[in-house]
Design a protein. Structure first.
Length: 289
């Protein structure tokens, strides 16, 4: 869908519509072009996007919104819709050209890898062979505990199971895994400028098909609705710590002259907990009174 053509009253951004026709909700074609041009000229966060491309993107978004909405939108709402459309189109253009990360001056590695292979006269296996040889050489240089840490994570898929398989605590296993990864990373980028560490552990269960997860969530919601709500709702967050005394007794001791710091030391907790218990007791007393 392209904007209408005609004489160019608004400069080099968009041409003036040949006929000022009604579009929807009282807005005409000339008004829509004016709003699109204004949105394009006032949008300062899509630098590098050509001005006419901005205006055409805003014009399409505003026109589509006018035909889909049931109520008359304000001009500010239409301008905002144009800005959102320009921002989305700008990021789409960056991704299409290989940019789109935090550093938009650097081509993404996946983009370069794909097009280097696709545009080559014949597909070569040099990169795959080099990577496999490098991995084998680095693997031999790692210590046995480091290889065990990496192998266990690859086999079990999550850190807790991997730690149990090696009879290690979670903290000890995480430390061993971090050392193994740092050593592997340094050797992999030997004599090169290393990239930053990126990514995170993701167990296999988190890679389920999105539609499967949505259907599973819907089934669970339907089961809860059929069962109905029975009993108290589960408490969210850390369970309340038992200090051995009631909140009312803590309030009474504090009002008798015992400081919060002294109460915290006597009960083996911190001052913030004592403050919270005292405030809770005062609220309950006020409600009861």
């Amino acid at each position: 869908m392209k904007p209408p053509t005609g004489s160019n009253e608004f400069g080099p951004v968009l041409p003036r519509p040949a006929v000022d026709e009604h579009v929807a909700h009282g807005y005409t074609t000339v008004q829509i072009v004016r709003l699109a041009v204004w949105a394009a000229r006032e949008c300062n966060w899509v630098n590098g996007m050509e001005m006419t491309h901005r205006a055409e993107t805003a014009w399409e978004a505003i026109t589509e919104h006018l035909h889909l909405t049931h109520e008359r939108p304000e001009e500010t709402e239409l301008i905002s819709i144009g800005w959102k459309a320009m921002k989305a189109q700008h990021y789409q253009d960056l991704r299409a050209h290989g940019y789109g990360g935090q550093d938009q001056s650097v081509l993404s590695r996946a983009f370069v890898r794909y097009w280097t292979s696709a545009s080559a006269p014949t597909h070569g296996h040099e990169d795959l062979i080099v990577d496999r040889l490098a991995f084998a050489q680095i693997w031999r240089t790692l210590t046995e505990p480091q290889r065990d840490a990496l192998r266990a994570l690859a086999e079990y898929g999550d850190r807790a199971s991997a730690a149990r398989s090696l009879n290690l605590s979670d903290n000890a296993y995480c430390s061993a895994l971090a050392r193994a990864r740092r050593n592997f990373f340094a050797l992999w980028h030997e004599h090169e400028q290393p990239s930053r560490l990126w990514g995170a552990d993701r167990p296999g269960a988190r890679h389920q098909n999105p539609m499967y997860l949505l259907r599973q969530r819907r089934r669970k919601a339907e089961q809860r609705a059929r069962r109905g709500q029975s009993g108290p709702r589960a408490r969210i967050g850390r369970p309340r710590r038992n200090l051995g005394v009631s909140d009312a007794e803590i309030l009474a001791r504090h009002e008798a002259g015992e400081s919060m710091n002294a109460l915290a030391r006597a009960l083996g907790t911190c001052r913030d907990v004592i403050q919270h218990r005292i405030d809770t007791a005062r609220s309950e007393r006020a409600d009861a009174g």
